[in-house]
Design a protein. Structure first.
Length: 379
């Protein structure tokens, strides 16, 4: 049984049912039933046209379900219009599913869960394991999301920016359980890039590839964080880096800059440097200026302060940091790093300890605690 094939066909089969007029929630249930049937039947009797087979079975399951509804007679009329089995149409409505699953009426967590289920073809159990929540909790989240979008018209234009934010959320979840969400996000973004010619879609794909190329070096075997400057660059995935840079260059050539292209440009400059000392921090600051102009994000300005500290010295970085709200996440950690670079080890140690107390994850807390201990041991 080719699970990858089933997952790749899921969104287009679901899209066909919705385009025919099926309610989204009912259509999604019917597709899941068809997938279960495929797992049972295909090993012994593989179909010549897998997509067509899934559409036929899912549509029949949908009709069976609607017959049980109170409006039996009206819905049974659809049976007379059931398409005959045969080769599936080449029309692919998958793109509409991206927009539907990233509908603005959904919370970010619901949009991510629905995208993984409807577009990614993952089971509720797989998604629950990836998010480390009970399967029943995830099932409720997905059910609520399906009900929310069931009344949304399928032919309305979608918001590409919302879709990209949803996919980026999936990517940043990384890996847990038996599903690699970073790899899944890359797969889905590739699929989106094949369906829509948009420089920001390409920019996001490039950004994911460039970040993912460094994945193996970001932590030690015991889970400890490894700062970018200390990572073993010989272990970076040069194939992914080359592909990401190629995709980014083609997107930038279209002169329609967006935030994901700007982020990818920064990531590309890091990936391009053979050593940390060779990083072109001046260009990185320039790209952060572009990114700040596009997003007006305090987090972007916080990262820019680090880049300024590298390009123009720690005191310039501290001056840029002083313009920002001290309550920003990781503000204290950045201040600690820049004070250390400036030679004030006592202040830096205290700030590292303070930042550790505020750290959002155990790995960050442990890393910052070690930094404070390291400086305290040298005094």
């Amino acid at each position: 049984m080719d699970e990858t094939l089933l997952r790749s066909l899921t969104p287009s089969v679901l899209a066909v049912l919705v385009r025919r007029g099926a309610d989204f929630a009912a259509a999604e249930d019917a597709v899941q039933d068809a997938l279960v049937e495929a797992v049972r039947v295909w090993p012994a009797d593989p179909p010549r046209d897998p997509k067509g087979w899934l559409i036929t079975v899912a549509w029949r399951r949908f009709l069976d379900a609607t017959r049980a509804d109170m409006a039996r007679r009206r819905r049974e009329d659809r049976e007379d219009e059931e398409p005959q089995p045969g080769p599936a149409a080449t029309t692919d409505d998958t793109l509409q599913l991206y927009f539907l699953c990233a509908h603005p009426s959904l919370s970010p967590s619901s949009a991510v869960a629905l995208t993984l289920r409807a577009v990614g073809g993952l089971t509720t159990r797989q998604i629950a394991r990836a998010y480390l929540v009970p399967e029943a909790t995830m099932a409720q989240r997905i059910s609520r999301a399906k009900r929310t979008v069931s009344g949304v018209r399928f032919d309305q234009p979608g918001d590409v920016a919302t879709v990209l934010r949803t996919l980026y959320l999936v990517f940043n979840e990384g890996y847990s359980g038996d599903i690699d969400l970073a790899a899944e996000a890359i797969r889905l973004t590739r699929q989106l890039a094949a369906a829509i010619d948009h420089p920001e879609v390409a920019g996001l794909l490039a950004l994911m590839l460039l970040h993912h190329a460094r994945r193996a070096t970001r932590t030690t075997p015991d889970g400890s964080l490894v700062p970018l400057a200390e990572q073993d660059r010989t272990r970076w995935d040069t194939t992914a880096i080359a592909e990401g840079i190629k995709i980014l260059q083609a997107a930038l050539a279209r002169d329609r800059l967006g935030e994901f292209q700007a982020q990818a440009a920064i990531a590309a400059l890091h990936a391009d440097a053979l050593t940390a000392e060779e990083t072109d921090w001046v260009q990185i600051v320039e790209w952060y200026d572009e990114l700040a102009a596009l997003t007006d994000s305090p987090v972007v300005r916080l990262n820019r302060a680090v880049a300024v500290g590298e390009a123009d010295g720690p005191r310039a970085g501290l001056a840029a940091l002083a313009e920002l709200d001290a309550s920003l996440p990781r503000h204290t950690a950045v201040a600690a790093y820049l004070h250390e670079r400036d030679g004030d080890l006592t202040k830096a140690a205290g700030l590292y300890a303070e930042a550790a107390r505020k750290a959002p994850t155990l790995a960050e807390r442990n890393h910052l605690t070690r930094q404070a201990a390291r400086l305290n041991s040298t005094r």
